[in-house]
Every structure is written in structure tokens, then in C-alpha cells.
Unconditional design. Structure first.
Length: 290
């Protein structure tokens, strides 16, 4: 092959590498970004509903303290994993009039790896929150709670519509398995189920992203996408390694997104149950004041 022929192939190779990078990013993180938007909107709604029902101070004492603590823990865990120097952490506040219930301050200057980690630091509350919900299910309800989730790796090309559809199907199957595991477990006591739902509601109600969190995610997103593109640019000619990686992590991928969707479903149901009660309580308070 002549040098001229090789040069003519370069634009197509760059385009293929870029297309693969975008597809890989959307497969790996697209569902997370969608669920972030949904959980963010739901968490704000359920927070307002619970505050209307319980009053701000009581909400913080019952649900808010745990949710905020896990939220900030998510930022802290990934800040440490990416070697960020943490300056200060405020885990939670019981002051209902404090506009900032918690925060993590860390050194923003850093190397490329640390900039790459900003994407995960910003989304840490969802990532760590899902893990803690899983651990709570395992500890309170037993190791068999999520046993129905598909644990087999994926094989084949993950960029076909068939395989992407299979991934989506596996995610929802995992969420369904989690629901069945929680509510049909023979050895689950009512107290254990209640405690687990309390943990799920507390954590899910704090799965919101502040303006600062969104900014951090956005800056890390650019570095992450460029990193995936450069990796493809270097390795695409010899094999699709990220494709193999996605197939290998498929069981964990299903479990993670299945737990997030499970939390979304549980929180949505509890919110719908609490909403009319909150409206009645608010109307009663307004009637008494009048």
C-alpha cells in the first residue's frame, strides 16, 4: 500500500474512531445522564412534598440528614479516588433556612486525570447512592434480594441495535427483579422492608445536582469524551477494546442501572402516595390561618 493510499484512509479512520467514541459514551453514560435528569426532577418534587407534609425542620430530622450526607459522601469518594485535595466538608445542616445544606470544597486545579475525574465527582451522589441502596438491600433484606438480575457478560458487537436493545431490556429486567426481591421475599420482615424503603427514599430525595455539580459534570464530560476518542484513535485499528470492556462489565452495568431505576420507581410511588396527603395538610394549615 502506498503512502498516498494510507493518507486517503486517515479521514475515514478518524471519523470511525470519533463515531465509535460517541456511541461508546452514550452506551456507557447515556442512561446515567437521562436518569440524572429524571431523579433530579423527582428528588426536588418529593423534597417539596415532604417539606409541605412534615415542615422543613422535621423533614431534615427524618429524611434530609441521611440523604444530604450520602450526597456529599458521593462527592468525597470520587474526589479522593481522583486524588483531589479536599479542603472542607459540610455533611448536612439541620437549619431549615440554610440555603446550602451540605457541600464539599476541593482543590479545582489538577492534571488531566483529575479533570477526567470531575465527571464522576459531579455525578458521585447518584453513583454512591445506588451502591448504598444496594448494600442496604443486602444488609436488611438478604443477599438474595437482587439475585434475579442477569449476571452473564455480553458477547458480540455492542453497537448493533439488537445488542443495545438487549442492554436496555436487561436493565429493566434487573429493576423488575429488584422490585420482586424486595416485596416477595419470604423472609423479609415488615420492619426490614420499612427500613429499606426509608433508606431508599432518603437517598433518592437527595439525588439532585446543584448548579456547581452540573458545571463540574460538564467540564469532566469534555475531557472524558476526548479521552475515549483518543483511545479509539490509537487502538481502533487493532480491535475494539472498549466494545469488549462494555461486554465484560454488562452484569455490573445492568445491576447499577437496575438499582437506579428501582430507586426511581420506589420514590415515584411513595411521592404519589404522599402528594395528596401533603396537599390536604397544606390546605388544613391554610384554613386554620384564615
Amino acid at each position: 500500500m502506498t503512502a498516498e493510499n494510507i493518507l486517503s484512509l486517515i479521514p475515514g479512520y478518524i471519523f470511525a474512531s470519533g463515531s465509535a467514541a460517541l456511541a461508546q459514551f452514550m452506551i456507557l453514560f447515556g442512561p446515567l445522564l437521562i436518569l440524572t435528569f429524571l431523579l433530579n426532577a423527582l428528588a426536588r418534587s418529593i423534597g417539596r412534598t415532604c417539606i409541605g407534609l412534615l415542615k422543613p425542620s422535621l423533614f431534615l430530622l427524618t429524611l434530609g440528614w441521611l440523604g444530604t450526607t450520602v450526597h456529599e459522601l458521593g462527592h468525597v469518594v470520587f474526589a479522593l479516588l481522583f486524588f483531589r485535595k479536599i479542603k472542607e466538608v459540610k455533611w448536612f445542616s439541620l437549619d431549615p433556612w440554610n440555603p446550602v445544606q451540605g457541600y464539599v470544597l476541593y482543590e479545582r486545579k489538577g492534571n488531566l486525570l483529575q479533570k477526567f475525574g470531575d465527571f464522576f465527582i459531579g455525578l458521585g451522589p447518584l453513583l454512591v447512592g445506588a451502591v448504598i441502596i444496594y448494600i442496604a438491600a443486602w444488609g436488611l433484606l438478604g443477599s438474595g434480594t437482587f439475585a434475579g438480575m442477569d449476571q452473564t457478560p455480553l458477547t458480540g458487537d455492542t453497537f448493533t441495535l439488537r445488542t443495545v436493545g438487549l442492554l436496555i431490556q436487561r436493565i429493566f429486567n434487573s429493576a423488575g427483579a429488584a422490585l420482586r426481591g424486595v416485596f416477595t421475599g419470604a423472609n423479609h420482615t415488615p420492619a426490614a422492608v420499612f427500613a429499606f424503603l426509608y433508606v431508599t427514599l432518603s437517598i433518592s430525595s437527595a439525588m439532585t445536582l446543584s448548579t456547581a455539580d452540573i458545571f463540574i459534570v460538564r467540564s469532566g464530560f469534555v475531557v472524558l469524551l476526548i479521552g475515549i476518542f483518543l483511545f479509539n484513535l490509537v487502538t481502533f485499528w487493532s480491535g475494539n477494546y472498549i466494545d469488549l470492556f462494555i461486554g465484560w462489565i454488562a452484569p455490573y452495568y445492568d445491576m447499577f442501572y437496575g438499582v437506579l431505576i428501582f430507586g426511581l420507581i420506589i420514590t415515584s410511588v411513595l411521592w404519589l402516595l404522599l402528594l395528596p396527603v401533603s396537599v390536604l395538610v397544606s390546605d388544613n394549615r391554610a384554613f386554620r390561618k384564615s
